[in-house]
Design a protein around this ligand. Sequence first.
Ligand SMILES: [Zn+2]
Length: 420
Amino acid sequence: MPSSVSPVEIDALGVRAEAMVNTLGTISAESDRLVRLFLTPEHRRAADFVTEWMRAAGLTLSEDALGTVRGRLEGRGKKRLLIGSHIDTVIDAGQYDGSFGVIAGILAADHFRDKRLPYGIDVLAFGDEEGSRFPATLASSSACAGIFKPEMLSLADRNGVTLADALSAYGKSRADIPAAAYDRDEAAAYVEVHIEQGPVLETRNQPLGVVTAIIGQTYLNIEFLGEAGHAGTVPMLLRRDALAGAAEAMLLGETMARESKGEVVATVGRIAVTPGATNVIPANVVAIFDIRSGSEAARAKFAESLKAEVRAIADRRRLGLTITSTREIATTPCHPYVQDQFADAIRALGAEPLRLGSGAGHDGQAMAKLCPVGMLFVRCRGGISHNPAEYASPRDLGLAVAALIGFIERFEPDRFARVS
Ligand SMILES: [Zn+2]
């Protein structure tokens, strides 16, 4: 099936998308950087813009108990394709992360406003993907998926405001949260368009990619216990230096990940050193290893090998050791049928549908508990995101919207149900 969107229309969609991204990019709590947190006045203002855009696209509006804005295009059948992303940001964010996915959904739905599709479309603008305000993520999509945990309501932000209080201040009632959940018979699939947030598409010179899975994650909190001592008087061979042990473990983790040939990535982005004085041998170090892989088996194997090697390092260096797993998130596979329809839609635009895993987390992880999910990635400059330098060209944005339109044309909920 050739693309039903002409090159001229693709350019026009890209220009519209960029203008909308720029508009949301101005809505911030701070004048010199982009900060838009869940259930804040900025969230409200962004949600109001999204509401207006959805209305202009001919969608029927509603807003659920977690503040997710929903724009509905009725179809002939009961089944609905859910298209979403988030309008919250990290602190000092770029403009494209999340916002563009919502905008792509609105522009694609607009394309079908006068055509009655065999299924309906709901465009969803979630308010809490980044987890920048409360110490939890995916509250909004969890409510849509029917897996919202009431314990989340007592989580507090930096100022001691709980999620429950913030929701009330936003005009929402916790009693309405269960009603935010979609009916399983109704939700055919959830798809999301997102900037890649990595350099693969740019390196391969392709504008769009099909996501194979949102990759799983393990956090290992590794604590080394040594002995503090004078940096001038304790001979080298008598030391029990916790930081030197941690450094050895970090380099070993890096080597093991490099040797996995792209299967596993491992990072230590944060260490705490006690007592942390220039002239004192470090007594205690906590290093958190962030381990990710699209393969559950590879991630588990890596974590086990790392633990064994770290134990050997600690033994050799006579260091005490505790290892705690503080996060374990399973890989969310993208449905093969959704992947194939996205790939077809990309091919119809004359591009090569590169398949790649998502190293970052997304709302699809929660939505996968409700229905099959899939994602389309858009090339971003330098692979940079969570940074004001985040950028995707209007041409690529236009191609992404056109690919989403192509996906909608190809999507058949019934055929899908048979291959699910
Ligand atoms: Zn995002």
